[in-house]
Design a protein around this ligand. Structure first.
Ligand SMILES: C[S@@+](CC[C@H](N)C(=O)[O-])C[C@H]1O[C@@H](n2cnc3c(N)ncnc32)[C@H](O)[C@@H]1O
Length: 432
């Protein structure tokens, strides 16, 4: 490993005192790796029974497991492509449990890309409530979009803006806000040498200034009694306790519920800081809602697709943008002042006299929701062939078919003359 910066070592010595030597020794250990089960798609027992990886439970996350990257490759599995789990650094899984999510909660993830916390929130919401998943960086937001799509939830809006713009739209609205703040990334040193090269004390102070701004904005967006969870993957006190203590001292009605650290020399994880704050003041909510139009005529082709190929009928909460048909979330705040990447579930395209289902819909539907299904075991090479973009010989001619792995939707195929034409998106096809 690269040499650690002297300023970092001096600060850690001052902070950790007698524990400092153990902390430094932890840098000789291999980095930890984890996966988190998406309970919207598969339960833990089923994944464990498939016996694919050497999984060990992560103590602070019910859905989380350590895997051994020397022998396991969970990122290269059709189950990963199907959104059955998300690969996440184990200590980062400690954040969402602090939100104590209840079904129906309205939640904001303010710094969301690539989606570690947002995907966990979607599993916990169990397709109820609302998640607004925001990312300021227009490049990083692409990975966020793909990861959230794979998780297959309908009540989700993805925005691309800063905390100040969000605050103007959502003051006093959310039950829970999570701020996984941009930080100087000291907890990344063991897994990424670039994090060591990029680090400087100036960066600590620069991040602290951003952190102070975004925590204020995040707090304004909570309703009375709402919970804010602030986290970082850095060890610097300046970016953790100092930010929280200054914030609490400036907000009489903010109650600090807890602050917790995961240290790499005390637990199996790269390290994380989490603070939980409750808002005990009334804030007028300024949110307006989108008016839902009656568009039965425009969605006629979609309804025909539904009758022919699905066993369910989706609620009439449609939004049509050009050829694109969306299902609005149950809670549908008006976000026209914000840059929005995704507003609810993309159902597909309204083409001339026909409807073409989207990849997002394939991830959303359960196997039993669809009339025509080709379901493969994860060990079957045909599923890899499908993910590579190849056609499948089925001997049937049923039209739209949902291709599944272990009962989880992966993507569409269109069947005619005994051949299933591949509709797995070109940009997502695998090369292994
Ligand atoms: C620690 S990462 C988030 C990781 C993510 N929560 C996860 O679990 O996958 C911090 C994110 O904050 C974003 N960010 C940077 N400055 C920001 C700002 N002023 N407001 C909101 N987000 C910001 C960064 O682009 C980065 O994606």
């Amino acid at each position: 490993m690269k040499e650690l910066p002297q300023r970092f070592l001096d600060d850690m010595k001052e902070l950790l005192m007698d524990e400092y030597d153990d902390f430094i020794k932890s840098y000789d250990e291999p980095k930890t790796t984890g996966l988190r089960v998406n309970t919207l798609k598969i339960n833990k027992e089923k994944l464990l029974n498939l016996n694919l990886y050497s999984l060990k439970p992560i103590p602070w996350a019910d859905e989380g497991f350590y895997y051994n990257e020397e022998i396991d490759r969970p990122g290269k599995s059709p189950l990963h492509e199907a959104g059955a789990y998300y690969l996440q650094e184990p200590s980062a899984m400690s954040v969402v449990p602090h939100l104590d999510i209840k079904e129906g909660d309205k939640i904001l993830d303010m710094c969301a890309a690539p989606g570690g916390k947002s995907t966990y929130i979607l599993s916990k919401l169990n397709d109820t409530g609302l998640l607004v998943s925001n990312e300021i960086n227009p490049t990083r937001i692409r990975a966020l979009g793909e990861n959230l799509e794979r998780f297959g939830a309908k009540n989700c809006i993805i925005t691309n803006t800063d905390s100040n713009n969000l605050r103007k739209v959502f003051t006093g609205y959310f039950d829970k806000v999570v701020i996984d703040a941009p930080c100087s990334g000291q907890g990344m040193f063991r897994k990424d040498e670039v994090a060591i090269t990029d680090w400087s004390y100036a960066k600590v102070l620069e991040c602290q200034s951003i952190q102070k701004d975004i925590i204020r904005d995040g707090y304004d967006m909570l309703k009375n009694g709402g919970i804010l969870v602030y986290s970082t993957c850095t060890f610097a006190k300046e970016e953790n306790e100092d930010v929280i203590i200054e914030f609490i001292s400036e907000h009489e009605d903010a109650k600090l519920i807890e602050m917790q650290r995961i240290w790499p020399h005390k637990a199996s994880g790269e390290g994380h800081f989490v603070a939980k704050i409750q808002k005990l003041e009334n804030e007028d909510c300024n949110v307006k809602y989108i008016k839902i139009k009656n568009n039965d005529k425009e969605v006629k082709d979609y309804r025909e697709f539904e009758k022919k190929f699905l066993n369910i009928s989706i609620e009439s909460r449609f939004d049509i943008r050009g050829e694109n048909l969306y299902l609005l979330p149950e809670e549908h705040p008006d976000t026209k002042k914000l840059k929005v990447l995704r507003y609810g579930l993309h159902l597909g395209m309204l083409k001339k006299n026909r409807f073409e289902p989207s990849h997002a819909l394939a991830h959303y539907l359960k196997m039993e929701d669809v009339k025509n299904v080709e379901n493969f075991s994860v060990q079957d090479d045909k599923i890899l062939d499908y993910l590579r973009g190849n056609t499948i010989e089925t001997g049937k001619s049923r039209g739209w078919v949902l291709v599944c792995v272990e009962g989880i939707g992966l993507g569409w195929g269109k069947e005619s003359n005994g051949i299933l034409k591949n509709h797995y998106p070109k940009g997502l096809r695998i090369n292994y």
